[in-house]
Design a binder for this molecule. Structure first.
Ligand code: FAD
Length: 172
């Protein structure tokens, strides 16, 4: 069959490193393959992209629910909050996926050819990849909200502390 094939077209298949952030200028974000290219490993790109979109919709509905849409556009602060919650919801899971891809797929490229026995052993002992597609997006979303609320509370506490320090001491 291979010899009878007149021509072939090869499409590059890249796996990239994890990005530090998916959010730019607090108003643009990456989703799906654009945010995390994993070279098609574990046939997971479709579910990862759908889970990203779901996480983004959860963050959007939390900060700027449908009833607010009648009031016009979300504020810059709303947008920054939405994108931050989205990123916090998905990035830890995706980073874990990318590190496994790097270790188990990319890291093997160019390795010495396996014997049949080694190949069989590797397939028999391979990781169960179901956790990649079965990410608890809603649980991570709640955790991301809590983390963000703690960060905001800490920042507010620091601002109050700084203001108190700047106040002239009362003459008691
Ligand atoms: C051969 C192959 C087999 C695969 N098999 C599987 C599988 O079995 N299981 C699985 O889960 N995943 C699989 N994937 C991966 C999966 O298809 C992707 O991970 C998934 O489609 C990513 O979704 P996305 O929305 O991020 O990007 P895409 O689906 O690539 O969507 C991006 C869209 O943006 C459009 N676009 C690009 N540039 C512009 C522009 N400048 N302006 C406007 N629009 C633009 C594109 O036309 C496209 O419609 C496979 C991929 C390939 C190539």
């Amino acid at each position: 069959m291979l010899e009878a094939t007149p021509s072939t077209r090869l499409f590059p298949n890249f796996a990239g490193d994890a990005l530090k952030t998916w959010v730019f200028h607090n108003r643009v974000t990456l989703v799906g393959d654009a945010a995390h290219t994993h070279g098609g490993a574990f046939a997971a790109g479709g579910s990862l992209a759908i889970d990203d979109a779901y996480a983004l919709s959860l963050a959007l509905n939390h900060v700027w629910p449908a009833w607010k849409a009648q009031d016009g556009k979300p504020s810059s602060q709303d947008l920054a909050t939405i994108l931050s919650i989205y990123e916090k919801t998905r990035q830890p899971h995706i980073n874990r996926v990318l590190s496994v891809v790097k270790q188990q797929v990319v890291g093997r490229r160019g390795a010495e050819e396996e014997t049949d026995a080694e190949l069989v052993a590797r397939i028999v002992n391979r990781m169960d990849p179901s956790w990649i597609s079965e990410h608890d997006v809603e649980g991570s979303f709640v955790a991301a909200l809590t983390e963000r609320e703690e960060e905001v509370a800490l920042t507010n506490a620091k601002v109050v502390e700084r203001k108190i320090k700047q106040m002239p001491q009362a003459n008691l």
